[in-house]
Write a protein that binds this ligand. Sequence first.
Ligand SMILES: [Zn+2]
Ligand SMILES: [Zn+2]
Length: 337
Amino acid sequence: MNAIYLQSPGEIKVQQVPNVDRRENEVLIKVRSLGICGSDIGAYMGTNPLVSYPRIIGHEVAGEVIEVSADETELVVGDHVVLEPYVYCGKCYPCQNGRTNCCENLTVLGVHIDGAMSEYFSHPRHLVHKVPADIPWNLLAMVEPLTISMHAVKRSRVKKGEHVVITGSGPIGLLAAQYALTLEAIPIVVDPVEERLAFAKKLGVKHTINPVAADAVAEIKNITNGRMAEVIIEASGNAAAIRSSIDYVSYSGRTSLVGWPKSEISLPTALFTKKELDIVGSRNSFHSFPESVKLIAENRVDVAAVITKTISFEEVPGLVSDIAKQPGDYLKVVALL
Ligand SMILES: [Zn+2]
Ligand SMILES: [Zn+2]
């Protein structure tokens, strides 16, 4: 079968690899759609220290069931499914407490182990979710990214009517803004790229701020009647944005950090105490796949809007190198097989 193969950083191609067989307690699928993620680009560029090479990338996957185990009671051949790509150990402290998304021994597809950018893939049964057959394949590739955004919003316990500042308007930030809207919260998207802000407006976000062109603190103060934002979703990983988020958040506010900074950042922690902030990390997602599928099926989150381009499997290597060169040109790129 063909796979998207990273020989080493910068060297990506479609490569023939041995056919995959179904392993015990797993489901074999024919892959039908794939999303290209920032972490795939990081693997290509060699900037993700967790990735080892050679490596098949890809973790945003939907496909059709080809083979199940003899004792399977729910899934049948031909079912449409999405894969939850975080393979956890079930034994460590977070796993024992149900926080499998931050398992100490987590292996993520395309990072620690081979990913699913291949024609066929075998995946643990408990991480395979059946989905309605009438959802288009390209939208199913968005189920996983939407769960990341949902998790960040859930970690900060967003409630109806609250202001949610979202720093960073990549796919995760834009999906978080849309998810906040489904909760009847008030998203405020902060990003220095005007085109992205205009795009956020098209998705129904009323308030957007360019922190380079405007005084973001003053604007947020104005929008929130002086309170500042009850919640921050930091989705950029940018050091300046992370620092500013402490000024954007209200006293007793909550901050969810979902963006990955590239290096250590120094912060005025006295402000955490002074404002009595709840600052939480948000990694991967947890128990969110069924809800994500439902939001997409009911068209309550417009994931199609976040797809910049739909391509063929053979075009993936070229697109990965294009995205690495011009990341600002793309939100999500999805491949159909
Ligand atoms: Zn991803
Ligand atoms: Zn674990």
